[in-house]
Design a protein around this ligand. Structure first.
Ligand SMILES: *[C@@H]1O[C@H](CO)[C@@H](O)[C@H](O)[C@H]1NC(C)=O
Length: 307
């Protein structure tokens, strides 16, 4: 039976060779299959290429125009690898939260000691300004080399744009603000707004509030070494000259700035720190008119000298 069925399936090809019908059908099928396969592969590759190109274009535009950089256009498409990080360490100061929500968010504190993320404890420098920061250059010298240990917050009048280069530590550090007037409650609201923004970042552990007429009178390392405790409770670390009387302290201008004044501010060492006597009392000073910037910059080596 096997012999018959196999012999009936035998055909002679054009060269007179014998081969089976099945082999003939296979011959027809092989090219058809491979053609279809090639078609599928080409189609698949086309679709893949299309998707990749469109993602890349979208990613490119997103990265360069909206995000201000091209380095990683894909990052917003992918789930973040550290979801907790953004929550604890917010990077965008323009959160758009109204005060009520901001203060509520800022009041949240962890109930457990320790955070599930790595962070560097930082000092928050909060600048309450009426507009420009005349001493930005002096502060930049003060912050230089320490920017990983501090965060800056600037509350300027609404609509005011601080004019600083991208390289400045003040760049992009303005918080959403509202009108604030000296001697009115609105100034306290502005201070609370600054503090609340600083509290959103769990890295911040110390908070320094300064106005645009404030300057640093010792270097950052000195301030960093300052330990906060009972010794500092209830006393200021900002030098102010009230000797001229009135509701406002004396404002120093260009002509008042000399080595003598710098020494006067720094040499007051009648304070107790870390249980030790004769320690420096002042780390910041006010008030200074914008015209004092140049002479202060010239004396900055003296201001920030090692002690
Ligand atoms: C700042 O002061 C500290 C301690 O007095 C000193 O070690 C450091 O070198 C000073 N930094 C600069 C930049 O002068």
């Amino acid at each position: 039976m096997n012999g018959r069925s196999s012999s009936s399936n035998l055909l002679a090809d054009e060269n007179g060779h014998l081969r089976s019908k099945e082999q003939g059908r296979k011959r027809e099928w092989v090219p058809r299959l491979s053609r279809m396969l090639i078609l599928f592969i080409v189609l698949g590759l086309g679709v893949l290429l299309g998707v990749m190109v469109s993602l890349h274009i979208l990613g490119y535009f997103e990265g360069s125009i909206l995000g201000g950089r091209c380095a990683n256009g894909f990052h917003n498409w992918l789930p973040t690898t550290k979801p907790a990080q953004g929550w604890f360490l917010p990077s965008n100061l323009q959160h758009g939260m109204p005060d009520e929500e901001l203060l509520w968010r800022a009041s949240i504190g962890p109930h457990r000691p320790g955070l599930p993320i790595k962070r560097t404890p930082k000092i928050a420098f909060m600048f309450l300004t009426k507009g420009p920061l005349p001493f930005a250059k002096l502060w930049e010298r003060y912050f230089k080399g320490h920017t990983d240990l501090l965060s800056i917050y600037v509350h300027a009048p609404p609509g005011y744009r601080l004019d600083v280069p991208y390289s400045s530590p003040f760049y992009g550090r303005q918080i959403p603000s509202q009108e604030a007037r000296w001697g009115e409650m609105s100034i306290i609201d502005a201070e609370r707004r600054l503090l609340a923004n600083a509290l959103l970042d769990f890295s911040n552990e110390r908070f320094v509030l300064v106005s645009e007429s404030c300057i640093p009178v010792r270097n950052f390392t000195n301030y960093l070494q300052l330990q906060f405790g009972d010794e500092l409770a209830g006393r200021s670390i900002t030098w102010v000259d009230w000797s001229r009387g009135g509701a406002h302290p004396a404002t120093y201008n260009k002509n008042d700035i000399d080595l003598n004044l710098v020494r006067r501010m720094k040499d007051d060492r009648g304070c107790v720190l870390f249980g030790e006597l004769n320690q420096p009392c002042w780390f910041f000073a006010r008030k200074f008119a914008p015209s004092s910037l140049e002479p202060l910059l010239a004396l900055s080596a003296e201001l920030f000298a090692p002690e």
